[in-house]
Design a protein around this ligand. Structure first.
Ligand SMILES: N[C@@H](CCC(=O)N[C@@H](CS)C(=O)NCC(=O)O)C(=O)O
Length: 227
């Protein structure tokens, strides 16, 4: 059934990329309802869900009676249609930077996905590669160095202030704490503290749901010397 006009429906898995949208809905004070799905279970492969999100991924959203997938696209569309202070419209001096950071969120996402697969999804040690774990953690830290530097310069990613890209990237910073020491990356821990102090973040964190994916505070890469 279609969500009422104005009410955004979000298909969400706690701690997953759908948290970006949940956080944004709280930041922008957009009326919404949440359908919580199960990361390890069958709900992401249910034909009804695949009709909305063809790869069976979260987030998906229903906005004004139409469904959408891809967190970056959803943040952009919500910014454009109902949260303009968080948008940088075509013609805005920061338009290009806004787009760069919005998509850079998935550069972070690809390393997070590798690390999540290695440490959490693959359950047996023989399936995992300590080399990949170390390499991906190193690459994640390198990608996040650019975030720390920009946030240090501007407070937020863009000089004019907080926007949707801080939510897109901020989710990555928040989750990266499970794999890298963010206090070792200049500017990053302070940026994380600013992000998590926001009432929008705190409301979303309270609404997120049970912690089922990143159940440990930190996932250390094992020693890869022969045993
Ligand atoms: N680029 C997509 C990635 C979505 C994605 O891969 N989401 C993960 C959770 S973080 C997922 O649904 N994984 C389920 C699976 O791989 O089966 C986005 O940003 O929305």
């Amino acid at each position: 059934m279609a969500a009422g006009r104005g009410v955004v429906k979000l298909w969400h898995v706690p701690q997953a990329r759908s948290f970006r949208v949940l956080w944004f809905l709280h930041e922008a004070d957009i009326a919404h309802e949440v359908v919580t799905l199960d990361f390890g279970g069958k709900s992401l492969r249910d034909p009804a869900f695949l009709a909305i999100s063809p790869a069976g991924r979260v987030p998906a959203a229903e906005i004004d009676g139409q469904t959408m997938f891809e967190s970056g696209a959803i943040l952009e569309y919500l910014s454009e249609t109902r949260a303009q202070p968080f948008w940088r419209a075509p013609g805005h001096a920061e338009r290009r930077s806004w787009l760069e950071w919005l998509h850079y969120a998935e550069t972070i996402g690809q390393h997070m996905a590798q690390l999540t697969q290695q440490h959490i999804v693959l359950r047996e040690d023989w399936m995992r590669s300590p080399t990949v774990m170390k390499l991906e953690a190193m690459r994640l830290a390198r990608v996040l160095a650019a975030v720390g530097a920009a946030a240090d310069r501007n407070g937020w990613l863009l000089p004019s202030g907080f926007s949707a890209v801080d939510v897109a990237i901020g989710y990555g910073v928040h989750m990266a704490r499970h794999f890298i020491r963010i206090e070792e990356v200049p500017g990053l821990a302070a940026y994380h503290a600013r992000l998590t102090a926001r009432p929008g973040f705190q409301a979303a964190a309270a609404a997120d749901g049970p912690v089922l994916i990143y159940t440990r505070d930190f996932y250390e890469a094992p020693d890869d010397s022969p045993r």
